[in-house]
Design a protein around this ligand. Structure first.
Ligand code: URA
Length: 523
């Protein structure tokens, strides 16, 4: 009998070295017992496997095996090491083994890998950092989360949190270990690119803060998106299993929301449909579309603008829009399926402005300066935009300003980060979040700046020049006004043309503002 004591429960490198040596030495899996600090001690002690001779050919495995094994090794089942050893052993004679889904070893390994992936997914979604009071003399805040993973996934998943929360100092505490990130550093090898997450011993729930100021934001947000008419308790529990509830601020409201759902649905039926908002005033600032307009975007005739049935401003009447916006921002920040390139950005840049703004501007995506500042339109295009707004008589702080895409997409070139235009997939990915942001702000009029924003609002690619300067109705019924992006003005080389185009832009802003003022509030 041989025994192998691994250094950690997820020690893949240690398992691989030992398993290779065992296979090369021809030692059968039933003659080996495995252990790790988090698993039951080996029942039978024996010598470690013999060292493999330097020139021994390495065991051959299909490409899919290492990836499968790396996931299986994180499963909490103490049998995992022996199962993987058995698979490795069998693969030497049964080359196509992994394709035999009905094989009990293969099926078990696949099920374990699935459970580990599900656990990682839940960790991305349900880790909740809470601000911890810093010790005297310590700089800046630290955010600490308590999480109880089902498997040994902390070390594998720490990179996700490092990329997503690179600018914060954070710790994730779990019963089996802890991970700590000190935020971006100064020296080589430090910071979001080169720094390392430090791992430490396990902790207790009481070591993490139980509450912080964001608690109510989560609860308000959850309350705002909870739709009693769509309640499917089974599906909800599958998405948000009870074992995570203890650590989710919003979970304490779930039993009440479920209990109240039937009465709320009955009240909704009783109330019936909300009538459209009454007409207030007509606008005098609409022009008709030039020829060749896209057939399902209808210019809204002046006489119809006032009666336009605006999409309902959600049912936000009794909820807190700033809190729901903040929670939406957090939701995007913590997603685990962001486009790959988004991990390179410093941070998510969300919209800003009064939550009940008449006008909402949608740009393309944050640029270099916005990415560093965490605010939209603060770089060169933003400064030009501010100047044009001022000349158009619109105070920037009266408008809500956001972007279609919420992360800076760039190509690193030497010291510069070169802006990359978001592609159709990027726009589609962020579109549902933009739609929810628009629904929360419920502006009277949206202004799309440039082609990306136009595509994000309409769902279609089309030239801005074809529709610029018209009040249009988007497929969802919202009124919007397309114009150019301020960075287009920055790129015009000819100064006379630049001045003309700038004046047109100011005119567009003034027209959009006058239109918005003439429209009734969203119902
Ligand atoms: N360009 C945009 O579209 N948005 C910004 O926030 C900055 C530049």
């Amino acid at each position: 009998m041989h025994s192998v004591a691994l250094e950690a429960p997820d020690d893949f490198a240690g398992w691989r070295a030992a398993a290779r040596a065992l296979v090369i030495a021809g030692i059968a899996p039933e003659h080996v017992s495995w252990s790790s600090p988090a698993d039951p001690p080996a029942l039978l002690a024996g010598p470690p496997p013999p060292e493999a001779p330097e020139d021994a050919p390495a065991p051959r495995v299909p490409r899919a095996f290492p990836e499968l094994a790396e996931q299986v090794i994180r499963h909490r089942d103490p049998e995992r090491f022996a199962l993987l050893h058995r698979l490795l052993h069998r693969l030497q004679a049964e080359r196509g083994l992994l394709e035999v889904a009905s094989d009990p070893d293969v099926a078990r390994a696949e099920a374990m890998a699935r459970a580990v992936r599900r656990d990682a997914h839940k960790m991305h979604a349900f880790v909740r950092f809470r601000e911890m009071r810093v010790a005297p003399g310590e700089d800046g805040a630290r955010f600490v989360a308590w999480f109880e993973p089902g498997h040994h996934i902390l070390r594998a998943e720490a990179g996700f949190f490092r990329r997503r929360f690179a600018a914060l100092r954070w710790s994730i505490l779990t019963p089996g270990g802890s991970a700590h990130w000190e935020g971006p550093g100064e020296g080589p090898g430090e910071g979001p690119e080169g720094g390392e997450v430090r791992f430490g011993p396990g902790a207790r729930r009481a070591d993490a803060p139980a509450e912080d100021a964001a608690e109510d934001l989560w609860r308000t947000y959850f309350g705002a998106i909870f739709n009693p008419a769509r309640l499917k308790t089974g599906a909800m529990l599958a998405e948000m299993p009870r074992r995570y509830w203890r650590n989710l601020p919003e979970a304490r409201d779930i039993p009440r929301l479920i209990a109240e759902a039937p009465a709320r649905v009955a009240a909704m039926v009783e109330r019936g449909a909300t009538p459209p908002a009454p007409r207030r005033q007509r606008t005098a600032h609409l022009v008709s579309l030039p020829g060749g307009r896209p057939d399902d975007l209808h210019p809204v005739a002046p006489s119809r603008v006032g009666t336009a049935a605006m999409p309902h401003a959600q049912t936000q009447a009794d909820s807190d829009v700033p809190a729901a916006l903040a929670a939406l921002k957090r939701e995007i920040e913590t997603r685990n399926d962001l486009p790959d390139w988004a991990g390179q950005a410093t941070q998510l840049v969300f919209g800003e402005g009064p939550p009940a703004a008449l006008l909402m501007f949608v740009g393309e995506q944050p640029g270099d300066e916005e990415d560093l500042a965490g605010r939209p339109f603060v770089g060169p295009a933003g400064r030009l935009f501010n100047r044009a707004m001022e000349e158009a008589g619109v105070a920037r702080d009266e408008a809500y300003v956001t972007n279609a895409v919420k992360h800076f997409k760039f190509a690193p070139t030497g010291k510069r980060r070169l802006h990359q235009t978001p592609d159709a997939g990027d726009i589609t990915y962020y579109r549902p979040f933009l739609e929810r942001e628009i629904a929360l702000v419920a502006p009277r009029l949206l202004v799309t700046l440039g082609a990306t924003a136009l595509r994000a609002v309409t769902g279609r690619a089309m030239p801005v020049t074809k529709v610029r300067g018209n009040v249009l109705r988007a497929p969802d019924g919202r009124l919007f006004y397309p114009t150019v992006h301020p960075s287009y003005l920055l790129r015009i080389p000819d100064s006379a043309m630049k001045a003309r185009e700038y004046d047109r832009f100011v005119e567009d802003l003034a027209k959009a503002a006058a239109t918005a003022r003439s429209l009734p509030a969203a119902a």
